[in-house]
Design a protein around this ligand. Structure first.
Ligand code: XMP
Ligand code: MG
Length: 178
């Protein structure tokens, strides 16, 4: 029996959407020094596929923060598990996220990175759940607005599983309510 009730975003739609997002980003940052900041681990796939569509002097760095345990509910507590290697002073920073759910994690992260002297800090997210928003987060580039169901795949996990899927699917509640 499948663990998914529905494939929400297919591999092809993700690819086409990333083409559009990358074009907008390349245009907006043309001639500027851009640092992509990926949020581990969920953003690994979107970062890899977005970065491949960028010019060669666009750089990548990584942060790991935690707002969720292994479950599906936000704890509201954000911790830095791995900080950036890069100094942000004077740099244009684009946070690359898999998903904006309540917005709590990202709003905290934006606040944190904005104290580090960057020239600008913006956000690109592949997925966003507008109905789940608790905090409004200014997000310059959004792939897909989706319903507030728990989704997995393309980097997104449930208890570390399903990250390897090339598409985004809705996880059946009976899988995480077990
Ligand atoms: P908030 O609520 O702070 O959540 O915007 C951000 C982080 O929570 C994780 N998240 C999910 N992970 N399926 C997942 O696999 C989901 O539907 C989901 N919603 C939120 C994710 O790590 C995100 O960065
Ligand atoms: Mg997660």
């Amino acid at each position: 029996m499948s663990d998914f009730s529905e494939v929400l975003v297919s591999e092809n739609s993700i690819g086409r959407k990333l083409d559009e997002m990358a074009e907008a980003i390349r245009r907006d940052y043309e001639g500027q020094d851009l640092l992509l900041v990926g949020v581990l681990k969920g953003a690994v796939m979107v970062m890899a596929d977005l970065a491949r569509r960028m010019p060669p002097h666009v750089q990548m760095d990584w942060m790991a923060v935690s707002s969720y345990g292994s479950g599906t509910k936000s704890s509201g507590v954000v911790r830095i598990l791995k900080d950036l290697d890069a100094d942000l002073t004077g740099r244009h920073v684009l946070i690359v996220e898999d998903i904006i759910d309540t917005g709590v994690t990202l709003s905290w992260l934006l606040g944190n990175l904005r104290t580090r002297g960057a020239a600008s800090v913006e956000v690109a997210a592949l997925l966003r759940k507008p109905k789940a928003a608790v905090v409004e987060v200014p997000c310059k580039y959004v792939g897909f607005d989706i319903p507030p169901d728990f989704v997995v795949g393309y980097g997104l996990d449930f208890a570390e599983n399903y990250r390897t899927l090339p598409f985004v699917a809705v996880l059946k509640p009976e899988v995480y309510e077990k």
